[in-house]
Design a protein around this ligand. Sequence first.
Ligand code: AMP
Length: 212
Amino acid sequence: MITLALSKGRIFEETLPLLKAAGIEVLEDPEKSRKLILTTNQPDVRVLVVRATDVPTYVQYGGADLGITGRDTLLEHGSEGLYQPLDLQIARCRISVAVRSDFDYPSAVKKGSRLTVATKYVAISRDFFAAKGVHVDLIKLYGSMELAPLVGMADAIVDLVSTGNTLKANHLVEVEHIMDISSRLVVNQAALKLKQAPIRKIIDAFASAIGK
Ligand code: AMP
């Protein structure tokens, strides 16, 4: 049995064509079903539906042989013991610093002010501001980061940005582009040895589907 861990939403949707290229079709829609283990047209391939931040953990501990997760998640939650053969170039976005449109970020940085930053990405933010020599107090949030500057809880946020519509709708502006993000295929190292042929087949099919 080959088990692939995926999160619902954009990653799941953008993985379907890659799975199809590997001859795998998921038989249930995770948006409609409450099932957490989805069957496929291949009796020996199944898909686990897990939270995005849990994908590396499932693969690390062998709950899944393979997983697909964002670079943001791998950097934030670690990727110890995971083989990362492919950047799948899906669920692309960027991780950025954003502030209220009336907050003068360049002059706050220039003056050496201490900034309060709300984010789900504490490790990425800490590294980014440390490299810039900006002192920050980080506030850990689990979602809706955009609210924090609006209610005066933070000067800035660090969040994923795709179209920029969410920032715009909340009167926030992007002031730093920290890095580009896309999703990676991660593989359990022991599974790669024990189930080499079927896993290699999937990696190769994904690679040729994305033109690599
Ligand atoms: P947008 O309005 O298109 O800029 O999207 C921003 C919102 O979608 C933010 O709340 C982000 O956290 C979320 N988001 C954007 N891209 C991704 C992605 N690739 N994976 C997960 N969440 C994302």
